[in-house]
Structures are given as structure tokens and as C-alpha cells.
Design a protein around this ligand. Structure first.
Ligand SMILES: *Cc1c(COP(=O)(O)O)cnc(C)c1O
Length: 395
């Protein structure tokens, strides 16, 4: 996307791209809280519908506040355009809906975000869509899972809560050799730390509920595209299926986005220090964090990410019971799902989010009984460390 901020650095782009020009000179984006827009005359209305002129018709199909946020994220991801959605799941399902259909096949990461997998297996399958879930960190498995009818490779890296990485460049090559598109769920990294379109991906999706908004107070999503034809296909589906964002929600997200790099630097710094502290702790069996040399894909992390991020998982000695004890003894870290906010969240998949999974399923997905996941926030490192230290001391 050609923008007046092209030559600027990431922080400056975050702050200055995606602005609405209006008469009063407002520094922030005004909220265009309207469902519909007046045409100047009949010809103007006709031209807008025929897409012969730029402008707005109806908020489901575009709104100036929403557009400001879309431009902001498109610039940061180096995309040609972006489409804001009412949730991260609306972004995921709109991409599925655009490129899949009866007897068309998708290849995806086995430990994909739960609902992204559930909608495929439960709902899209009812319309004849086919799928394969594989360990996408193994490129041979990805290659072998392609079929003549594969249209979409949909990956998530790092994956949750196992913190396993997938090689984006290698996946882009495989997808393109087979005439398929590569979509990457970039929620965990945000464009500050990973830009999949620069590595060959065609589409990026975000749950902006997480790092982009960053304040645990809005649910929203985004789709970013590398080229115009893909963008137009997705836009046509989104504008009629209706998973569009609301202008007030868009305004809140853009407000949060302005401090993305500042928050990210801070929580990543805390995460690295906590990972090192946990790695040395006698009650901890293992730590999985891409910023540690002990991560099996440390080299890949350095190649495709600008930083290791704010999510880590670790294994406590004592398995299921120990995990449960930690949940009940932390006081600063909050017990909650979701991630990417300014506050530290902790969760124990075996007793919480993944409790319904069979042992065999969770083992295959790498979700062991002892696994505790942290989404590290912006608090003082000293306070976070003391909180975990006192919780671990009760084991
Ligand atoms: C939360 C999340 C989603 C879904 O986003 P919602 O905003 O909750 O709909 C998709 N992918 C990942 C990786 C997520 O963490």
C-alpha cells in the first residue's frame, strides 16, 4: 500500500498511518457512528455502487473510522489492503468461506486455535469442505498432505500453547507450487514481531482482541492481503456475509494499536527474564520460549521473527496436581484465557481449556498435564517473579 508513511520506522508508522482527513483537524480518528451515507445525487449513488468513484454507501461495506484502522494495520503488515472484522473468528471464517467450498481441501496446523479448527470440522465439513491437520513444523508432512484439490494452507506460528514454530517461507513455497494460497494467523506475534507477507504469505489474519488492541476490552479481527485480487475476493465475501467491525469498536482498537510496539517491547522483555528465571527453577521441568537457546527452533525464530514475543509455556514438577496448585496460588497473574493484554494471564490447559480432550488427543497435540501457559504483561518483572516464586514454593 503506497502511503505517506512508507519511509518511516515501525513506531512512526504505527502512530501516523491510517488517518482520516476532516475539516476540524482532529488529531485522532473521529468515530463515524452512522449506518448509512447520503449520496449527493442519483448519479453519485450509481457511481458508488459501480465502484467508479471512492466513497461510502453503508457501514457493513465500509466506514471512514474502520478504513483508518484498516490502513493502519495494512501499512504495518506491508499489505495492499486490510479488512477489519467483528472478531478474530470472523476473520478466519471469512478467509475459509472465500477460498474453500465443496470438494476443496485445506491443510492446517494440528494445534491450531481451537475454534478455527472446530468451525472447519463441525461446520464447513457440512458443506463438503475437506481438511487435513498436520504438524506444520515438519515441512515434509506439509508437502505430503497436499492434494490436487488443496486451495488453502492455513498456519499458526507460534502455535498455542505448545510454542511450536512453522517455517513461513517454506510453507509459502509449497503452497504456491501447488497453486494454493498461504494464510498465516499472526495473532501471537503482531506485525511488530513478524510480517508473514514479506516472507511469501498471501493473507494474514489477526485476532485484534489480543496484542493489536492490547487492553483486554474489545473483541475484533483483521484480514490483510498481499495482492489486490485476493483482497477484492475476500472483501466481496465479507461485505455480504456481514462479519464487519463496528466503527466504535474500530476506534477503540486503533487507540490501542498506537502503543503496540511500546507494549510489545515491555512484555517481551518481561517474558525473556521470566523464561530464564523459570529455566533455572528446581520445580520446573522445562520451559518453551523462542527467545531461549533451548527452544528446538531457536534458529528459525531468529530468522522469521523480530523478537520472541510474550507467550511462554513451562512444565511444573508434579504434573496435573501441581499445575492446579499453581493456578490456585498465584495472586498477581490472573487466571484467564485470552492473551496479549497489558496484564499477565496464566492458564493450565490440562485442567482448564483442554480438559475435555482425551489423553491421546492432548498427547498428540503436545499438551502435557504439567504444561502451564503464561501471556506475560507489562507489570514490573520483580512482582511477576515474586508471584511465580511463591506459587512454585507451595509445590
Ligand atoms: C483469540 C484467537 C483467535 C480468535 O479471535 P477472537 O477475537 O476471539 O474471535 C484466533 N486465532 C488466535 C491465534 C487467537 O489467539
Amino acid at each position: 500500500m503506497a502511503s505517506h508513511t512508507d519511509k518511516l520506522g515501525f513506531h512512526s508508522k504505527t502512530i501516523h498511518s491510517g488517518q482520516v482527513e476532516e475539516a476540524a483537524g482532529s488529531i485522532t480518528t473521529p468515530i463515524f457512528q452512522t449506518s448509512t451515507f447520503a449520496f449527493k445525487d442519483a448519479n453519485h449513488g450509481a457511481d458508488l455502487f459501480a465502484q467508479k468513484t471512492e466513497g461510502y454507501i453503508y457501514t457493513r461495506m465500509g466506514n471512514p473510522t474502520t478504513k483508518a484502522l484498516e490502513e493502519n494495520v495494512a501499512v504495518l503488515e506491508n499489505g495492499c489492503g486490510a479488512l477489519a472484522t467483528s472478531s478474530g473468528m470472523a476473520a478466519v471464517t471469512t478467509v475459509y468461506m472465500t477460498f474453500l467450498g465443496q470438494e476443496l481441501h485445506m491443510v492446517s496446523t494440528d494445534c491450531l486455535y481451537g475454534p478455527s479448527r472446530v468451525v472447519m470440522e463441525r461446520d464447513f465439513s457440512r458443506f463438503g469442505v475437506e481438511y487435513s491437520y498436520v504438524n506444520t513444523s515438519n515441512i515434509e508432512e506439509v508437502e505430503q498432505s497436499f492434494k490436487p484439490n488443496t486451495r488453502l494452507l492455513f498456519i499458526e506460528t507460534p502455535a498455542n500453547p505448545t510454542i511450536v514454530l512453522t517455517d513461513i517461507e517454506a510453507c509459502a513455497d509449497i503452497a504456491h507450487e501447488h497453486g494454493a494460497l498461504l494464510a498465516v494467523d499472526n495473532t501471537f506475534m503482531s506485525p511488530y514481531l513478524q510480517r508473514p507477507l514479506d516472507l511469501g504469505a498471501d493473507i494474514v489474519v489477526h485476532s485484534m482482541t489480543k496484542f493489536i488492541n492490547g487492553h483486554s476490552d474489545v473483541v475484533a479481527g483483521m484480514i490483510v492481503c498481499k495482492d489486490e485480487s485476493v483482497f477484492k475476493q475476500i472483501r466481496a465475501v465479507l461485505h455480504y456475509m456481514g462479519g464487519t467491525i463496528d466503527p466504535h469498536q474500530a476506534w477503540l482498537v486503533q487507540r490501542g494499536l498506537k502503543t503496540l510496539p511500546l507494549r510489545m517491547d515491555r512484555c517481551q522483555d518481561n517474558a525473556l527474564k521470566l523464561a530464564k528465571f523459570l529455566e533455572d527453577h528446581s520445580k520446573v521441568n522445562w520451559v518453551k520460549y523462542p527467545g531461549l537457546r533451548s527452544h528446538p527452533q531457536y534458529e528459525l525464530a531468529k530468522r522469521q521473527m523480530d523478537g520472541p514475543g510474550a507467550l511462554l509455556s513451562f512444565g511444573v514438577k508434579g504434573g496435573l496436581d501441581a499445575g492446579r496448585t499453581i493456578m490456585n496460588t498465584v495472586s498477581l497473574a490472573t487466571l484467564a484465557v485470552s492473551l496479549g493484554g497489558i496484564e499477565t494471564l496464566i492458564q493450565h490447559p490440562a485442567s482448564m481449556t483442554h480438559a475435555a480432550m482425551s489423553n491421546e488427543e492432548s498427547e498428540k497435540a503436545g499438551i502435557t498435564d504439567d504444561l502451564v501457559r503464561l501471556s506475560v504483561g507489562c507489570e514490573d518483572f520483580k512482582d511477576l517473579k515474586e508471584d511465580l516464586e511463591q506459587a512454585l514454593s507451595t509445590l
